[in-house]
Design a protein around this ligand. Structure first.
Ligand SMILES: [Zn+2]
Length: 221
């Protein structure tokens, strides 16, 4: 499986990263990414007026766990994003690393390859998940913009959840760790097995892109 499921590039704008299956058994986000790519590519071909600002990059989380349809192999990939830990693993050879450490290292390399182009001054992360219950909700950070965007996603918003846990993507994706301004959110799209979770997950990043960036931040031309 390729780490980058979809990379759709437009004009000047932010880097919008949507990650799916940080937990390997939560695959509806992958299907949502694929659908989004199809929509974007179709739009590009059929709509000459399409103005796309920034880059949309759909990436996979825990590929080894996806292949085994398990949440993780050895460690929960969404509890390992501690600055010091990431810093240390990046000093080692990725080819000699195992399981989730290797996954994390490869994700960082993938993101760095975008960031070092110098094209972006802002990164947005939407981390897609599903749960063992039917509920859908958005998790934001205490960052002002994260809260603001969450309010546009038309789903219940959960705040304070990050205080009880550590090492999630939302804890890591900020300017101190990535070198560029970063705003992160997570979206829980419903039950793991519910086919509608794909639509809900896909819908949210389309919604986020259209309603927030095109209209509010950059203005639609
Ligand atoms: Zn999850």
């Amino acid at each position: 499986m390729e780490r980058v499921v979809c990379s759709f590039e437009g004009g000047k704008g932010p880097l919008f990263v949507v990650s799916a299956a940080m937990h390997g058994n939560e695959t509806s986000g992958i299907a949502a990414l694929k659908e989004t790519c199809e929509i974007l590519n179709h739009e590009k071909k059929t709509n000459p007026d399409l103005k796309f600002r920034g880059t949309f990059a759909g990436i996979l989380g825990n590929i080894q766990a996806i292949n085994k349809n398990v949440r993780y192999i050895e460690n929960d990939l969404n509890r390992m994003w501690e600055s010091d830990f990431v810093y240390d693993i990046l000093k080692e050879d990725v080819n000699k690393q195992m399981n989730e450490v290797k996954e994390m290292h490869e994700i960082i390399i993938t993101l760095r390859n975008y960031v070092i182009t110098g094209k972006y001054n802002k990164l947005y992360l939407l981390d897609l998940h599903t749960t063992s219950s039917d509920g859908i909700f958005v998790i934001c950070t205490e960052d002002k913009e994260s809260k603001q965007i969450a309010g546009h996603l038309h789903a219940p918003l959960v705040r304070g959840l990050l205080k009880g846990i550590s090492g999630t993507t939302l804890h890591y994706f900020n300017k101190n760790n990535l070198g560029i301004e970063a705003t992160a959110l997570a979206f829980e799209g419903g039950h793991h097995e519910d086919p509608l979770s794909v639509k809900k997950n896909g819908c949210r990043h389309i919604q986020l892109y259209e309603k927030y960036w095109l209209h509010r931040r950059y203005g639609r031309s």
